[in-house]
Ligand binder design. Structure first.
Ligand SMILES: Nc1nc2c(c(=O)[nH]1)N[C@H]1C(S)=C(S)[C@@H](COP(=O)(O)O)O[C@H]1N2
Ligand SMILES: [Mo]
Length: 324
């Protein structure tokens, strides 16, 4: 997604330094070698336990898996540590190793604002919202527009349930979603030429499709900050940039939202962004994808393999730019 700098997907997997290794190496350099080496793994486990203890929703997890959503033959779950150390979250930098800076994000209190074309605008605390929603785990595939992919066990609830709770007016045709805006915690947001806050949108028909999911956790515990805690979107038939992280606002509207990536580079990133291996990005092919942690590339599937759920949504829209 880098426009000027080198693109993330061009960097061979082996050259990217996962943040956990980086931190361990620092510990090795800084402290007594033997002690630091012996402590490296327990430290990480302790850090996860401490993060869970500080999170009032931690005891709700794991959520019961909904077996309807399977990865399909030939797909394995991506290793959790790999996934947690290869992220796109431009608020914290343009590289894939933003896990450490993302820890500056403060998750409580976290308020979600619901406004626009609704019966009654409101603000609700994240934990209150989570208590009102049904809980489930789903295994989803995920395809970034940069031609890398992963699979992940998300925990959360269907976006349709949140829409029902928000009580939009019948005249609303789009749902716009926004990330937090706080220059003090997100150094990327100090770069004023980017159109912050990160904004995404779906049509109401897409937002209420059964696949559209709000993830609040993954791998059986609350979301790590770098994955977009405390709540982020997961729309697996679309390129990854649609899946907006760390949501603070949902606005129902009858105007198509102008999204972050459209604001940056409309010629390359549009509103629909459905996965299609036959439509190349202006600068690279979308025919295959690099699965995180695998050595072979695999073919990309139309709608990322989710056509049975969503292909019908786009009948009659063939003139639209559905694939970028
Ligand atoms: N707020 C925000 N949301 C975001 C992004 C971002 O930079 N900021 N990057 C998007 C892109 S390009 C991708 S591929 C996914 C990455 O999700 P992951 O880091 O959990 O794998 O988040 C998406 N959501
Ligand atoms: Mo992406």
């Amino acid at each position: 997604m880098n426009i000027i700098r080198r693109r993330g997907w061009e960097i061979p997997e082996a050259q990217a330094t996962p943040e956990n290794l980086f931190l361990d190496r620092r510990a090795l350099l800084g402290g007594g070698l033997g002690i630091a080496a012996a402590m490296a793994i327990p430290t990480r486990a302790r850090a996860q336990r401490a993060a869970d203890a500080a999170d009032p929703s931690a005891s709700l997890y794991p959520f019961k898996r909904n077996e309807k959503y399977q990865l399909g033959a030939g797909y394995d779950l991506t290793d959790e540590k790999l996934n947690a150390n290869y992220n796109n979250f431009y608020e914290f930098g343009t590289s894939k190793t933003i896990a450490a800076p993302a820890q500056a994000l403060k998750l409580r209190p976290w308020t979600v604002k619901i406004d626009g074309m609704v019966e009654k605008p409101m603000e609700i605390g994240f934990d209150d919202l989570l208590a009102k929603m049904p809980h489930e785990e789903r295994l989803y595939r995920f395809r970034c527009v940069e031609a890398w992919s992963m699979t992940i066990p998300w925990s959360g609830f269907p976006l349709a349930e949140l829409v029902k709770f928000a009580k939009p007016l019948g005249s609303a045709t789009y749902l716009q979603m926004e990330t937090f805006l706080d220059k003090a915690v997100a150094p990327g947001q100090r770069q004023s030429w980017y159109p912050w806050p990160y904004t995404e949108g779906l049509t109401m028909v897409e937002a209420t499709n059964e696949l559209a999911f709000i993830a609040t956790g993954c791998y059986g515990h609350p979301l790590p900050k770098q994955h977009g805690a405390p709540l982020r979107l997961a729309v697996p038939w679309k390129y990854g940039f649609k899946s907006v992280k760390s949501i603070t606002r949902l606005t129902f509207t009858d105007k198509r939202p102008k999204t972050y990536w459209e604001g940056l580079q409309a010629s390359e990133y549009g509103f629909w962004a459905n996965v299609n291996p036959e439509v190349s990005h202006p600068r690279w092919s979308q025919a295959t994808e690099q699965v995180l942690g695998k050595s072979e590339r695999i073919p990309t599937k139309l709608f990322n393999g989710y056509g049975e759920y969503v292909a019908d949504l786009y009948k009659g829209l063939e003139k639209e730019r559905l694939w970028a």
